[in-house]
Design a protein around this ligand. Structure first.
Ligand code: MLT
Length: 263
């Protein structure tokens, strides 16, 4: 595992392969191991960098909300450290919120975008209140309750009943998350900007599980309409964690897009 001091934290990251750099940003409340299948599929042809965001995986947490802007700045500092000026950035869910914040601040560093199971809208007032309650719950009770409540929303009913290895993988990632890191990210997500009017002018691939119950297909369709020239791929038999539930199809879409957007 590689680690670097970024701002006030030690940040852990994976950096494998060579070629054009692709950065993969995980969702909440996961860590960079979310991307193991994508790292394996891409690293033969690309340099793949996958950080643990502030407060997740093996990266330190910090005081105050982990805002999307701050986590995006962490990614930019990591790239500075690695001497990488320009990247393709791919992300799932909260990683997508971080990626849109990254694009807003550092558009000239972005060659192409992959937005999986995410949305451009900010939280509603009701969603903000739910986040505040979940942050308290994570801090007072730990991650088990959060993991149990989230699992049926993250995966399709079929995955939940027939693929215990996927359920275990997702649950274990959530249980490993530090409650203070989760709480800081929940507070950060609650205060994120609405990015629906962000003008995106790089090649963009949007992927979503057909049964995504957290960021439904309609959210991806809205982004697809708003981003000129973007491509939308809807993965059947997949929920919110579509990169794990349909990793082969997900990787196929990624590899096709990367080879087209690199040429
Ligand atoms: C995620 O998967 O990153 C989160 O569920 C996103 C969210 O809660 O909005």
């Amino acid at each position: 595992m590689a680690q670097v001091q970024i701002d006030n934290i030690q940040m852990a990251y994976t950096d494998v392969g060579s070629g054009r750099p692709v950065v993969l940003i995980h969702g909440y409340p996961f860590n960079r191991s979310l991307w193991n299948e994508q790292i394996a599929a891409l690293s033969g042809s690309y340099r793949v960098i996958a950080p643990d965001l502030r407060g997740f995986g093996e990266s330190d947490s910090s005081d105050g909300p982990s805002t999307m802007n701050r986590m995006a700045q962490d990614v930019a500092l990591l790239l500075d450290h690695l001497g990488i000026p320009r990247i393709t950035i791919g992300a799932l869910s909260m990683g997508g919120y971080v990626t849109l914040a990254f694009y807003k601040q550092f558009a000239s560093r972005v060659r192409a975008l992959i937005l999986a199971d995410t949305r451009a809208q900010a939280d509603t007032e009701e969603a903000k209140q739910t986040r505040a309650r979940q942050a308290e719950k994570a801090l007072s009770e730990g991650m088990a309750g959060i993991a149990d409540a989230m699992l049926p929303k993250l995966l399709t009913p079929e995955t939940v009943s027939k693929r215990p290895e996927v359920v275990k993988r997702v649950r274990d990632m959530m249980l490993k998350t530090k409650p203070e890191g989760a709480a800081a990210a929940l507070r950060g997500m609650a205060e994120r900007d609405d990015q629906t009017s962000l003008k995106i002018s790089v090649p963009t691939l949007i992927i979503v599980g057909a049964e995504d119950a957290i960021t439904p297909v309609a959210d991806s369709e809205k982004m697809n309409q708003a981003i000129p020239g973007s491509r939308l791929v809807v993965l059947e038999n997949a929920g919110h964690v579509s990169n794990l539930e349909r990793s082969e199809k997900f990787n196929e879409a990624l590899l096709d897009f990367l080879s087209e957007s690199s040429s």
